[in-house]
Design a protein around this ligand. Sequence first.
Ligand SMILES: [Fe+2]
Ligand SMILES: [Fe+2]
Length: 480
Amino acid sequence: MNIAAVDYDGLIPNNVGLGQDVRVKHALEKWHPGYISWWNDMGPEGFQESLVYLRTAVSVDPKGWAKFDYVRMPEYRWGVLLAPAVPDRKIPFGRHKGEPAWQEVPGEYRALLRRLIVIQGDTEPASVEQQRHLGKTAPSLYDLRNLFQVNVEEGRHLWAMVYLLQKYFGADGREEAEALLQRRSGDADTPRMLGAFNEKTPDWLSFFMFTFFTDRDGKMQLEALAQSGFDPLSRTCRFMLTEEAHHMFVGETGVTRIIQKTCEAMKEAGISDPYDIAAIRKLGVIDLPTIQKKANLHFSLTLDLFGNEISTNAANAFHSGIKGRFREDRLKDDHLLESDTYPVLRLVDGKIENVDAPALSALNMRLRDDYVVDCNVGVGRWNKVIEGFGIPFQIKLPSVAFHRHIGEFQSVKADVDGNQLTEAQWAERQGDFLPSDSDREFIESLMQPETEVGKFASWIAPPKVGIDNKPGDFEYVKIA
Ligand SMILES: [Fe+2]
Ligand SMILES: [Fe+2]
């Protein structure tokens, strides 16, 4: 079988030989109507009949796996796609290091694996739910198309996790697959599993920040799971990562284009002080301090997704060969970590200090550190744009102690530099760090849809290049 080619003949496109796997094929076909009804209820509101210029994976070959065409979203060919198997792959870390990678679920790690797959799976439909109202206020057809591309791919990521549950976890896998369609982002009774996925994505600046910061957490988790000794999970995540790259592109370039437009407008109006907020807002663009506040919010919410800095679960997942570190295969150490230490930021007598902890227990902290490094690369590119205009302002990631709800710093209030504040000081100053009601109202006032071909809302610059190299006047969405 040519593993790179995708079989598009059946109901479910796949490169896993579903045609020969009758039990799993039937299970997925049974799950399919529930998925479609979830998509119709909770997917992009108001655009289900529109023709969207989407890419679909036709091969998992890294070169040229995508084909672009106009598709109605409910007719998108969601499928099960795994990256090609690495011949003779070995478990790369933990106590089973060097043993052949598992092709079936190892019994002793079944519960742990299922839990990790369900948690990852739950985030995928959650983000579609969070973003379902954004179509109505899209700043251009180009952006509308990018939103929908992200949405259909998050839908496919749900399929990816559901395939693993259906194929490898029997009856309880089927139950989990059903439950993934039942939970709802932000629902009081049946919320999604993780906090950041129950927050609102009320406007497009939030959307771009979410895809920059929160999809990047997705990337880090997928990178860690792509190292897994359980080979089907590794191969699934490796292919998902190729899609995830586009989501972060959407986020990073979206914020870049907002910054670009703000700086251009300031220059044209002869405003050099980035804190002259009232004057800048009159130009119909978003002032840089407000962009910083949104970054503070989304960064801090996303840090919570990494869990407790010190974690036995994380240690177990590594030790058992189920979840590795970021790019484990490129790290040069013994991949066991049994006698190593890792510096962890902790709260010691009310002060933030670096404390050496056993490296195995500190794996969440380590992944979070890798995440922060990755974020800073993109933030650096935003700052280059501001610098290019000679405006004295820099976007900065806040301290990891700022605005936290999970881990070491959940019990304290801190400013963006990590200085601790009393409750009263926090109450007085939080509007300096996080979007206030009036900031939100201002952003909301800008969220007017722009649906004319080739046009963009006042507050965002056009992209440098079109999707699939299309010209500026390309009709990315034919609104029905
Ligand atoms: Fe995803
Ligand atoms: Fe994503």
